[in-house]
Every structure is written in C-alpha cells, then in structure tokens.
Design a protein around this ligand. Structure first.
Ligand code: KG4
Ligand code: ZN
Length: 343
C-alpha cells in the first residue's frame, strides 16, 4: 500500500504568515495571519514584518495541523518559501522549517514563491475534482512584487516570456491608493470603490515597452500629476470623484495587462490561459479574462480567492510536486530574496 504524502507548507515571504496541510494534492487546511501593523505606513515595513512572523508562526502552524486533524508525526515533508521575498521575513519561515524537518527527521523542501502562485491552480479541494490547466499553459502572475507572463511547461518547469522592467502591477495599485489617502494594501480598496464608478470618466496613457515587457513606474507619476491637476481647480477632486478615479485607473491597468497577455497567447498559439498572484483577486481582471476567454476560445483559469494573495496552500502544493520528484533541500538552505521563477 502506498503511504499518503502529507506536506506542511509554510509561507513567510512578505507580510502574511501562513501554514497549510496538503494530503496527496488535496488541501486539508490553509491558515493565514495577516499583519495590520503596516496599514498606517502605506507599505510593508520589513523589520516589523519579520517580528510579526516570529510571533505568528507557532500558532498558525498549530492551527493548520489542528484544522487538518494531522499530527506532526504524520507529516511526510516540510515545504517552505525560500524566495523571492523580504530577507528578514523569509528567514523566519526558513529557520522554522529547517528545525522542524531536523526534529522530525523528514525531508525539507525549499519552494519558489512565484512557482507557488502559479501552481495554486493545482490545489484540489476535498470531495470535488477541479479542472486544472493543461501543459503548456500561459500564466499572468501579478502580485505586489512581480508582474510576469510565464509559460508553464510542466509543474516545475517554467519560462518567463515577459515581465515588468520596474514596478509590479500590485505596486501600481497600492501606490495610487496611497496617493488617494487609502491605507495599505490599497489594491482591494480600489477594486471596491471601482465597483460603483465609471471606468470611462478619466483616461491615462500606456507606457511604451518592448515586446512582452511591462512598465508601471511611469503610471504612478502620471497618476500623481493627474491628481495634482484635479486638485488645483477643485479641493474636493478626490472625494467627489473617488469611485470614477478608481474605476478608470483599474480599467487602465487591466487593459494594459491584457494587451501583452493577448500578444503572448497569439504568438505562442496557446489557448490555456491562467492568472495568479494577489492582483488576480481583482474583479475587473477576473471579469476581463472571462470575457476574452469566451471571445478567443481560450480555456481560462481564475484562482479561488483564498489562493490569490499569499497563502501556504500554494507552497504546500508546490512542495508536493517537488516531493514526488525527490527535489529536496538540506540544512544548508538559505533564503534567496531574489529567487527566479526558473529556479
Ligand atoms: O501575491 P500577494 O499577496 O503578495 C505578493 O507576493 O506580493 O499580492 C499582494 C498584492 C498587493 O499589491 C495588493 O494590493 C494586491 O495584491 N491585491 C489587489 C487585490 N487584492 C490584492 N489588487 C487589486 N485588486 C484586488 N482585489
Ligand atoms: Zn505573493
């Protein structure tokens, strides 16, 4: 009889401490503790993030085990986010995972966070068989730190076809939100205000970038100048137009993301198209992918909300695939803040 593969995944790359148990590819638990401490700073403060991970990691792992009704002795391996991310944050998860694997004498698996976002599409829920993308597929990974168009050839074989040359799409949302006086992270708030806004009210220009690459830093400056101009003639420009500003800005980012994604899909002649990462929670992005999928006969894959933003389910599922291939780390493993998705 085959033994069950039970993986504990640990995620601590940025400001979410998360733990998940995945048994034979099926998620049994996925627990995440966010960090409100950053809200008032308009971005993640690395030192505060690593301290909060230290406080959260034991209770979060404990709860993930309890929710899954799994004991430490049942685990087959420990998967942890090795990178990319904030070094101090990554160190907490890495050190914890190393000690636990040593203590339990089970394999340690260093996981790439960006691979995790993509492989979140393969997490199966108990009692329901989900359709997963067929290889090769194209994934637009949009998060607070990355914006990439990735060709996924196999679970652990990925190739970046295009990426941002500066800021990430999530940063474009968060920085605009900060200028609007909204707390961090502003992406979900822009999404919320945009729901009642007119997306045709204001227009922005697209950055000119080569091939399949993106650029978002100019958009931030453009948005700042747009607000300054509005506030010159109307002190209440932001409050009077908040919903329309959010809707127009959000639509602009989404259109820009799809401009390049469409190019890639056509040039690669691939009709399996997925989105992943925190920004894939955006309702406009999700709706537009669905619309384009119907128009171009694409099979589209939109992650469940729980698996869009940072979570350990995606780390556990990637760990599960690495486990099947015997792709293990050892006690010399160190975090890699700039780890590439190909690694
Ligand atoms: O993947 P993630 O949780 O962390 C990173 O790996 O960076 O992504 C976080 C990013 C933030 O920039 C946040 O504002 C953005 O995802 N985000 C959204 C939405 N939900 C999260 N952006 C736009 N609309 C949303 N609904
Ligand atoms: Zn992420």
């Amino acid at each position: 009889m085959n033994k069950d593969n039970i993986i504990l995944g640990i995620e601590s790359s940025c400001d979410d401490t998360s733990a998940s148990i995945i048994k034979n590819g099926v998620v049994l638990s996925n627990v995440t503790a966010g960090q409100e401490v950053h809200e008032k700073y308009g971005g993640v403060v690395p030192e505060l993030a690593s301290r909060a991970h230290q406080q959260n990691i034991v209770p979060v792992i404990d709860l993930a085990l309890k929710n899954a009704k799994i004991e430490l002795k049942d685990l087959s391996a420990i998967a942890f986010t090795q990178g990319p991310g904030l070094l101090g944050s990554l160190l907490v998860g890495t050190s914890f995972a190393k000690s636990l694997s040593l203590g339990l004498n089970i394999p340690l698996i260093g996981v790439n966070h960006m691979k995790g976002h993509i492989l979140a599409h393969f997490i199966q829920e108990e009692g329901q068989e989900k359709t997963v993308p067929k290889f090769p597929f194209i994934c637009l990974t949009v998060s607070g730190g990355h914006t990439q168009i990735v060709k996924v050839l196999a679970p652990l074989k990925m190739e970046v076809l295009g990426e941002t040359i500066d800021d990430a799409a999530g940063e474009a949302f968060d920085k605009a939100a900060k200028l609007l006086g909204l707390p961090y992270p502003g992406g979900p708030l822009i999404d919320e205000y945009a729901k009642n806004g007119n997306s045709d009210k204001f227009s922005f220009t697209y950055p000119k970038t080569e091939g399949f690459s993106y650029s978002f830093s100019g958009l931030k400056t453009q948005f700042m100048n747009f607000l300054k101009k509005g506030l010159k003639t109307d002190d209440n420009f932001i409050t009077d137009n908040l919903e329309d500003i959010c809707a127009s800005y959000q639509k602009h980012i989404v259109n820009y993301l799809f401009q390049k994604l469409k190019k890639v899909a056509f040039s690669e002649n691939i009709n399996q198209i997925a989105i992943a990462g925190g920004v894939s929670a955006n309702s406009c992005l999700r709706a537009e992918l669905k619309r384009l999928g119907e128009k171009h006969a694409w099979n589209t894959f939109i992650p469940k909300f729980d698996y869009c933003t940072d979570n350990a389910g995606m780390i556990a599922i990637t760990g599960y695939y690495q486990f099947l291939e015997g792709d293990f780390s050892n006690q010399n493993a160190i975090p890699n803040a700039r780890m590439k998705v190909e690694e």
